[in-house]
Design a binder for this molecule. Structure first.
Ligand SMILES: Nc1ncnc2c1ncn2[C@@H]1O[C@H](COP(=O)(O)OP(=O)(O)OP(=O)(O)O)[C@@H](O)[C@H]1O
Length: 653
């Protein structure tokens, strides 16, 4: 990239930008047309000086809070994808950012090593990053171009931003309008080649989830020209009413149908677009199991495969009308409380036992505490518990106690009356506990809940009534409480950071989710997740050595890390075969990785690994009764504990 890589002085940078604007052939060859067009806008449209620009703009706190509230569904949906993407790029000095459609940063998850640089250029929540304020930059230029792009180093119009590399992708709403921008930024030296691929996938994932969420009262026609792509990121989605009127379509559907905007089909009849009658479509939507069926798209006469999804249960508007079209009323089957747990393990005995335990107590409203390292699947387990319970048609409401600023947790949890504090929304807010009424409240990272709030939560759990901020009348509430933490709560209690009485309240039953390195179904999980990430019908093979390395790796980031690595590997591999070179460095060269998990199997020789596996097996067989295993082996309990510690095996709690 020549000049784009060098660090330029102020006058050199200004000269470069001016030359580009004037159409200098050498400069225009180095920078793409989109960058040069943006420079021209910044210069003539916004009157910005590349060197002497006005200070960055940060909106007032109350404005930010209002914007966050307006986008609260989006923020909730995006949070998981953002933290997954952050984990994927972990250690590479990146920040993952979500902005609204005006370029105001709503959420920021950043690597601590990037904090100083980010603070210097005001890459922080509340800051405005449109072109008018910050010149050519990934967020601002993506707002204009509405397509994924990277702005690298001196392609930034303002000199003060020229040490950054930023990639941005738009997120569209179901009607094709710009909703938000997802961005990954870092110091230019730390730019990673795969960032754009991963960022795009995350943006698309968020976009599809926004689609399903906005269209949950509608039927959704899911299609692709290849059956195995249904259910993957690339599937086409068309939402329609029980009367067959098209409400919205996602980007992939529009692209596959050869159209340029959802408006081309919105308002038309779905049976006009695809050669199938409406009653037949609705029947397929309501049948218990309906594999993808072939269907002809009428305009192009191309063959697609499709599935139809009925509106989410309990979304009243469609239920009554839908029933008119149903040829046979669906027989309501008694809920199978084990089904939602099925995908949680592929033969791991500890997970199996966890599920057995939980299934026994479901319906008794016992508060449940999920323990386990970060990324082991506590959130997924909590959602499965909700789905398996009689409360599954009621809301599942999650609150991450670690990701909200301390000042917001209280209002998020308990809600507030109109005008309860400066910046509060005029209509007040119900708060998570009341939102979860009749359903499940999932308090993630409960170990991070501020101690003052713990007393209030305890009171709600004891009284089963909530008093919103600024209110006086208690409101009765019925919730199934599930809490989760990766922390050692007993240690927190000993340090005075967690109330013992609250611990006993939330811990009606505790479930220890095993780390991936100790799971016996690792191989099966890797293969199953490879299939999930690549799309059902696509057979991606594993080179034997690559798979061995995956199995030997200690997985400090657990299932989240595994999923992210597979997502990247399936996207990057050639000839549908994952080879060692498709795996990240920490798996290819584990010996170079920082010692993040000294309690794991990493660093053990082959013999020791075999001994560790054998020990794990004995412990499993004895249901983790350490005394029994010690006796069988002729060892003292202490010797066995020492050996377990050496092999990184944690006793089951
Ligand atoms: N049984 C599973 N099969 C496949 N993927 C899973 C499974 N459990 C979890 N995952 C994936 O692993 C990732 C992390 O899961 P989850 O958020 O539930 O973990 P967690 O323990 O709650 O993490 P944290 O402690 O950071 O909140 C998610 O991407 C999820 O999809």
């Amino acid at each position: 990239m020549g000049a784009a890589i060098m660090r330029l002085s102020g006058s050199e940078h200004a000269a470069l930008v001016k030359a580009g604007i004037a159409g200098d052939a050498v400069v225009c060859e180095q920078f793409d047309a989109m960058t040069v067009a943006s420079w021209r806008r910044c210069f003539s449209g916004y009157g910005l000086d590349p060197i002497d620009a006005p200070d960055p703009v940060v909106v007032p706190r109350a404005d930010l809070r209002e914007r966050q509230e307006q986008s609260c569904r989006l923020l909730e949906i995006a949070r998981h994808e953002m933290s997954d993407l952050y984990q994927q790029l972990a250690g590479s000095g990146h920040a993952i950012i979500l902005t609204d459609r005006e370029g105001v940063l709503l959420n920021y998850i950043g690597d601590p090593i990037f904090t100083d640089t980010a603070a210097n250029v005001r890459l922080q929540t509340g800051a405005v990053w449109d072109e008018r304020t910050q010149g050519t930059n990934a967020i601002g230029t993506c707002l204009v171009e509405k397509k994924p792009l990277v702005v690298h180093k001196t392609a930034h119009y303002l000199l003060r931003n020229a040490r950054l590399t930023c990639a941005a992708a738009p997120i569209l709403d179901p009607h094709g309008n710009l909703l938000a921008i997802l961005d990954a930024s870092s110091e230019a030296e730390l730019a990673q080649k795969h960032t754009m691929v991963l960022l795009n996938m995350s943006a698309q994932m968020i976009e599809n989830r926004v689609f399903f969420c906005a269209m949950k009262e509608a039927y959704v026609f899911r299609c692709h020209s290849r059956a195995e792509f249904i259910g993957t990121l690339g599937e086409g989605l068309v939402a329609f009413t029980p009367d067959g009127r098209v409400l919205a379509a996602n980007r992939s559907a529009i692209f596959q149908m050869g159209l340029d905007a959802p408006q081309r089909i919105v308002g038309r009849e779905i049976q006009e677009l695809f050669a199938i009658s409406l009653p037949m479509l609705l029947e397929r939507a309501h049948s218990q199991s309906c594999p993808a069926f072939p269907i002809i798209e009428t305009r192009s006469e191309r063959r697609f495969f499709a599935k139809v999804q009925a509106p989410e249960k309990g979304t009243a508007r469609t239920r009554a009308t839908a029933s008119r079209h149903r040829p046979r009323p669906a027989i309501q089957k008694a809920p199978d409380s084990r089904a939602p747990f099925e995908r949680l393990h592929l033969g791991d005995p500890r997970m199996q036992r966890n599920i057995e335990t939980v299934t026994k107590v479901l319906g008794r409203d016992l508060p449940c505490l999920l323990l386990g390292e970060t990324g082991v699947g506590k959130d997924v387990f909590a959602r499965a518990m909700h789905q398996a319970s009689a409360r599954r048609d009621r809301p599942f409401v999650a609150l991450n106690c670690a990701s909200l600023p301390e000042s917001l947790i209280e209002s998020e949890l308990f809600g507030y009356r109109p005008g309860a504090f400066t910046g509060a929304s005029r209509d007040g807010s119900r708060g998570k506990i009341l939102q979860a009424d009749g359903g499940t409240l999932f308090l993630d990272e409960i170990g991070d809940m501020p101690i003052d709030l713990q007393a209030r939560l305890l009171q709600v759990l004891e009284d089963r009534r909530v008093v919103p901020l600024g209110g006086e009348t208690p409101i009765p509430v019925s919730i199934q409480l599930i809490s989760a933490t990766h922390r050692d709560v007993r240690a927190l209690i000993a340090e005075g950071r967690f109330r013992e009485d609250l611990y006993y309240r939330i811990n009606g039953i505790s479930i220890q989710i095993p780390p991936l390195r100790d799971r016996r179904d690792r191989r099966e999980l890797i293969l199953a997740l490879t299939r999930e990430e690549s799309g059902d019908g696509i057979e991606i093979e594993w080179e034997a050595e690559a798979l061995e390395r995956m199995l030997a790796y200690p997985w400090p980031g657990n299932l989240r890390q595994l999923r992210n690595i597979l997502r990247a590997a399936t996207a990057l591999c050639e000839d549908q075969r994952i080879r060692t070179r498709d795996l990240p460095e920490e798996i290819r060269y584990p010996e170079r990785a920082p010692d993040r998990h000294d309690r794991s199997a990493r660093g053990l020789g082959t013999l020791a690994i075999a001994e560790r596996e054998a020990l794990l097996e004995l412990l499993e067989d004895a249901r983790w009764n350490v005394s029994r295993v010690a006796k069988n082996l002729g060892l003292s309990r202490n010797t066995l504990y020492r050996r377990m510690k050496r092999y990184g095996i944690e006793p089951a709690r």
